[in-house]
Design a protein around this ligand. Structure first.
Ligand code: 5GP
Length: 120
């Protein structure tokens, strides 16, 4: 799937649309989900143009991949998610129920998130 430069997260990265940012560095932007599904619900996105986690793993540079996951650790600590635990989700494609075609990792916490999969 080709990357769509006008997806909502690309527009957030270009500052065309506001977001409630919690962290930003050279590699990532992290902001609160507009429709939170947990007391803490943060989206971490790479600054590069990647459709999903598979695209990111295949095409991103080693520095981008390292930068992304270093940031996830920093953000989870800063947001008090690390000690009690949290769930990270990367919905991918049609079967994954991905709505926004720019790779993003959901960080969900602040309470017990429940079972991983609701139905088979
Ligand atoms: P997906 O289903 O693609 O994994 O998740 C997309 C997420 O982006 C959803 O949880 C949705 O609430 C969130 N979202 C969609 N549009 C916006 C927006 O304009 N701003 C923010 N902060 N979150 C958004």
């Amino acid at each position: 799937m080709a990357y769509d430069n006008n997806n909502i997260f690309a527009r957030i990265l270009r500052k065309e649309i506001p977001c409630n940012a919690v962290y930003e560095d050279e590699y990532v932007l992290a902001f609160r989900d507009i429709t939170p599904k947990a007391p803490t619900h943060i989206l971490v996105i790479p600054k590069g143009s990647y459709v999903d986690i598979a695209d990111f793993g295949a095409r991103a540079s080693a520095a981008e991949i390292e930068g992304f996951f270093r940031a996830v650790s920093k953000i989870s600590a800063e947001q008090n998610l690390t000690q009690q635990g949290f769930r990270s989700i990367a919905n991918t494609g049609l079967h994954g129920g991905q709505e926004v075609p720019h790779f993003h990792l959901h960080l969900l916490g602040g309470k017990s998130i429940g079972p991983m999969v609701l139905e088979r």
